[in-house]
Ligand binder design. Structure first.
Ligand SMILES: [Fe+2]
Length: 294
């Protein structure tokens, strides 16, 4: 039944960033290439077009800062009911400075308990689909366990959550943990993917050095990762929202948006209105996650 309703494979999203100046015509051209807007704070510009909206928060589900800064975000979620809420999966310490922990490294049990507390807080204000983003692994202790594909799969199943798959983070984790990138992607729970982030990371040419999350504009290598994942998600009920996480200049961002549309083969025909389709597609995926767990 679902395949008759949802002919779309994916949706073209756009993070609302500091580059968005209403007086710049290029901003409006870029917005016209998006089907869904991703907000990152509870004070979005009032002039944004009436597209479907999702909300991504920059805190991790295990962080103390999640709880301490939640009030304005919770009120915004309650008032606006975005189609999806997402934040980061982890980290493995409640406090950190950049990639370094400044509180004890948590074991598996403590990670689950901490996430449970913050998810309960989130659910007091928001009952829509929730997904968590994979981090990039650095060997500092802050990323212990949480970048392991088996841990990610078990964690998302346990809490009935979707996956925001950041391809650059996955590539960095693979390189920094000594995996082949495609093997790492394959081991992730791709049936739970609701959103995909695309950007170009720095990956070292030789073994023994670390990859770094540099958020450059995606090139063919990064598009090949996207194609690999979409080839897998097309075999499932997943209808991911795909976003480019590049924040350096608008001309390059526009080129990337056009390339992404080619990759997604986006059909903007009026009969397929993303405002209507996206929430249904996401709640369908939420229902599937629930059904599998039940
Ligand atoms: Fe991301």
């Amino acid at each position: 039944m679902t395949s008759l309703v949802f002919k779309r494979d994916s949706f073209a999203g756009l993070p609302v960033s500091h580059l968005f100046d209403r007086s710049n015509p290029l901003v409006h051209e870029i917005l016209s290439l998006a089907e869904v807007l991703e907000l990152k704070n509870p004070n979005p510009p009032a002039w944004l077009p009436p597209l479907a909206r999702v909300f991504h928060w920059g805190y991790g589900i295990c962080e103390d800062d999640f709880q301490e800064n939640f009030l304005p975000v919770g009120n915004f979620l309650q008032e606006t009911s975005p189609s999806l809420f997402s934040c980061d999966l982890g980290p493995a310490a409640r406090k950190h400075e950049g990639i370094l922990p400044i509180s004890p490294i948590m074991g598996q049990k403590a990670i689950y308990e901490r996430a449970k507390i913050n998810l309960r807080l989130l659910r007091s204000k928001y009952d829509g689909p929730v997904a968590l983003e994979n981090y990039n692994f650095y060997p500092t202790g802050l990323y212990n366990r949480i970048c392991d594909p088996d841990f990610i799969a078990d964690f998302l199943s346990h809490f009935n959550l979707g996956l925001v798959l950041d391809l650059a983070h996955a590539a960095i984790s693979a390189v920094n943990m000594g995996f082949d990138i495609f093997r790492y992607l394959e081991k992730l729970p791709l049936d739970k993917v609701v959103e995909i982030h695309v950007s170009k990371p720095y990956l070292p040419p030789e073994a023994g050095r670390l990859g770094v999350d540099t958020h450059e504009a995606p090139e063919e290598r990064e598009w090949s990762w996207l194609s690999f994942v979409l080839d897998h998600t097309r075999l499932t009920e997943a209808k991911p929202l795909v976003l480019i996480e590049y924040y350096k200049d608008l001309k390059t961002l526009k080129k990337c948006m056009l390339r992404m549309q080619e990759k997604l083969n986006v059909d903007l025909s009026p009969s397929q209105n993303p405002i209507e389709l996206l929430p249904k597609a996401l709640s369908l995926q939420g229902a599937l996650v629930n059904a599998k767990r039940g």
